[in-house]
Write a protein that binds this ligand. Structure first.
Ligand SMILES: [Zn+2]
Length: 383
C-alpha cells in the first residue's frame, strides 16, 4: 500500500515537473513559478477566461500590458476611468492616445464612469458607510460625460463597438454585498420580496436604479467572477516573493470551477501586473486556460444567469415585469424575446395594477408583433 502511494506521488510529481511552457517574456519569474508548480501542482481543466483591466489608462503600465497581450494574441477589455481623459488631467493627451492605441490593437474599450465614485450605497465589511452613492441625476451626468470623453478619444468609434459595456466602480449598483442590500431594503430605497441573499440579489439586478440608468444609455453591465486581488497592493510593484504568491493565487483561482467562464478583474494602474500578467497568460495557457475576447465571452449565457453579465435587454425585461417601464420603451427587443418575456408581463397582476386597462402606451407586443392597444386581441386579453 505504502509503495503504491509512493509510486502515485512520484508519477504526479514527475507529470507536474513535465509542465513545459513557452515563456514569451519574464522567463526568470516564469521559471520560478514552474519550479513551484513542480512541488505543489495546480489541478486545471480546460477553461475560458476573459481578462479585463480597470481604472486606466496609465502611461506607466498600460503600454507594457498592451505589448504583452499582443505578443500572445490575447484580446482583453479595458474599463476606462474617463477623468484620466479630461483636459484637466495632467497627462490627458498621453491617456487619450493610449485609449485609441488600445482600441486599434483589437481590445474592447469599455466604460468605468468618469469619477471613480460609487453609483449607489457602498459599505465596508463592518457595515460602516463609505459612500452614499451618486443621485439619479449625477449618475446620468457621469455616464454622459464618460461616454463623450470615450467618443472624443476614439474619433467616434467607441459607440460602434459590440458589446457596449460598463462596469460600476467597486461593482456597486450591480453587485451589492448582503449588508448593503439589507440596508437599501430597510431604508425603503428598493422593495424586494423576502428571500435569501442570492434570491434577492437576482431580483435586485432587475430593479437596481443604477442598472436602469445604464439601460437608458444603451449599456450592459459586466462585473467579474475572479478578482485578481491587485487592489490590495499599491501602484508600485511589491517585492518578487509577493508577486510570485500573487501569480500562484491567480492561477489557482482561474483554474477552479472550470465549467464557468471566468471574467477576471485586474487593474492596469498596478505596476506588479507588468511582470505578473505575462506569466499568468503563458503558464495559464500551459495549464489549459483559453483566453477569449469580450465578443466570445458575451456568448456564454451562463454569465447572464449568474449576473456577471447583465445585458441591457435583461434590465428592460425586468423593468417591464415589475411595472417600472412601459412596453413602449422596450421596442428594440426582438420579437422572440417579446413573445417569451414581454407579452406575459402585460397580463400580470402587477402590470395591470401599474397600467390599468393596459393604457400605459400606444402599442403592445403580442405573439411577436406590435399591435395597437385598441386592437381587439389586446382589448380581450388586457381589459
Ligand atoms: Zn475601478
Amino acid at each position: 500500500m505504502k509503495l503504491t502511494v509512493f509510486i502515485l506521488l512520484l508519477i504526479s510529481a514527475l507529470s507536474a515537473f513535465a509542465l513545459e511552457c513557452d515563456l514569451k517574456s519574464q522567463a526568470e519569474l516564469g521559471n520560478e513559478i514552474l519550479k513551484e508548480l513542480s512541488t505543489s501542482p495546480i489541478s486545471c481543466k480546460p477553461n475560458s477566461v476573459h481578462v479585463t483591466f480597470d481604472d486606466g489608462p496609465s502611461p506607466n503600465v498600460t503600454p507594457h500590458i498592451l505589448d504583452e497581450l499582443q505578443l500572445r494574441n490575447v484580446k482583453a477589455s479595458f474599463f476606462i476611468t474617463t477623468s484620466n481623459l479630461d483636459p484637466e488631467h495632467a497627462r490627458y493627451k498621453e491617456n487619450r492616445d493610449l485609449v485609441l492605441k488600445t482600441m486599434n490593437a483589437g481590445h474592447l474599450i469599455a466604460n468605468h464612469g468618469h469619477k471613480h465614485d460609487a453609483y449607489c450605497l457602498r459599505m465596508n465589511g463592518k457595515g460602516e458607510i463609505l459612500d452614499e452613492g451618486f443621485t439619479q441625476t449625477e449618475r446620468e451626468e457621469q455616464i454622459k460625460k464618460s461616454t463623450e470623453l470615450l467618443q472624443w478619444s476614439t474619433a467616434g468609434k467607441y459607440n460602434q463597438q459590440k458589446p457596449l459595456l460598463f462596469r460600476f466602480p467597486y461593482g456597486r449598483g450591480a453587485m451589492p454585498s448582503e449588508m448593503e442590500l439589507q440596508r437599501m431594503v430597510s431604508d425603503g430605497e428598493i422593495k424586494l420580496k423576502p428571500g435569501t441573499y442570492s434570491e434577492q440579489l437576482a431580483e435586485y439586478r432587475h430593479l437596481s436604479p443604477p442598472l436602469q440608468t445604464l439601460a437608458g444609455s444603451n449599456l450592459s453591465h459586466l462585473g467579474w467572477n475572479h478578482d485578481s486581488g491587485d487592489s490590495s497592493f499599491g501602484v508600485k510593484a511589491p517585492e518578487n516573493k509577493v508577486i510570485k504568491d500573487y501569480i500562484l493565487k491567480n492561477l489557482r483561482g482561474l483554474c477552479s470551477n472550470p465549467q464557468i467562464t471566468k471574467v477576471a478583474l485586474f487593474h492596469d494602474i498596478k505596476e506588479m501586473n507588468i511582470s505578473a500578467i505575462p506569466v499568468i497568460l503563458d503558464i495559464g495557457k500551459c495549464l489549459g486556460l483559453k483566453f477569449i475576447s469580450a465578443q466570445e465571452m458575451a456568448k456564454d449565457k451562463n454569465l447572464n444567469k449568474t449576473g456577471v453579465l447583465i445585458e441591457k435587454q435583461d434590465i428592460l425585461i425586468g423593468m417591464v415585469k415589475s411595472g417600472l417601464s412601459t412596453l413602449e420603451e422596450t421596442k428594440d427587443l426582438t420579437p422572440k424575446q417579446c413573445i417569451t418575456e414581454i407579452d406575459k408581463s402585460c397580463f400580470s397582476e402587477q402590470y395591470k395594477k401599474r397600467y390599468p386597462h393596459c393604457t400605459g402606451g400606444d402599442s403592445v407586443c403580442f405573439e411577436g408583433k406590435w399591435l395597437s392597444r385598441t386592437d381587439p386581441i389586446i382589448i380581450n386579453n388586457c381589459h
